[in-house]
Design a protein around this ligand. Structure first.
Ligand code: ADP
Ligand code: MG
Length: 189
């Protein structure tokens, strides 16, 4: 797919009964993609399997359907792309080119820690989009632990500051949806 989603997941198939942390009204509103006109961000936080990637893809598909250009990758995928551009002396051009996309999805911030170069490139990506174009970020870690990911609490807080300034933050909760089959074995319902 052009947007390179890692699968096909829709907001319509998201089960809100299983995810009390997800605000149905807010997600439905985000599904109208108006936040993209304001270059606002969406941040999805929560433990593994709570639906972060699902909602990120669902919002990405909605954005694409309303005519927006969307690109999806993991945090590491984005850093790799920027490292390649940087090594060709084309980092600024790549960041400018990416601003033509109204939405970039950055999945899985926090699973793999960044070295200093990666942290710097990631910070530049976030800065270049600040108040220009939207990001959807997902992370298994609360903001308080992003310093560990970026190896530097100063970079982490400067980045969080920009990302959160114009953003909706959704904190998903509970146990992994992937393990729900296991749960129903012991459940009475
Ligand atoms: P995360 O990115 O938070 O680790 P995912 O979004 O990949 O989790 O969800 C794991 C799997 O469970 C996916 O197949 C996803 O579609 C499904 N899933 C998670 N939460 C829900 C939900 N509330 N309703 C329907 N499917 C869900
Ligand atoms: Mg995920």
């Amino acid at each position: 797919k052009a947007a390179r989603f890692p699968g096909f997941k829709t907001l319509e198939e998201f089960n809100y009964d299983h995810q009390p942390g997800a605000d149905r009204t807010l997600i439905a509103h985000l599904g109208t993609s108006t936040y993209l006109q304001e270059a606002k961000n969406v941040i999805l936080l929560g433990p593994p399997g709570t639906g972060k990637t699902h909602i990120a893809i669902g919002l990405g598909i909605k954005a694409a359907k309303t005519g927006h250009r969307v690109l999806f990758d993991t945090a590491n995928g984005w850093v790799t792309r920027l490292q390649e551009a940087h090594s060709r002396g084309k980092l600024a051009a790549e960041l400018t080119r990416l601003r033509r996309y109204s939405l970039l999805v950055i999945d899985e911030v926090g699973y793999v820690p960044f070295d200093q170069d990666a942290a710097n490139l990631f910070f530049q990506l976030v800065s270049s989009r600040y108040e220009h174009a939207s990001l959807i970020l997902t992370s298994n870690l609360p903001f308080g632990r992003w310093g560990e990911v970026f190896g530097d609490p100063t970079i982490a807080s400067a980045m969080i500051d920009r990302v959160v300034h114009h953003a909706d933050v959704l904190s998903l909760k509970g146990t992994s949806y992937r393990l729900r089959g296991h749960k129903t074995i012991t459940s009475t319902t």
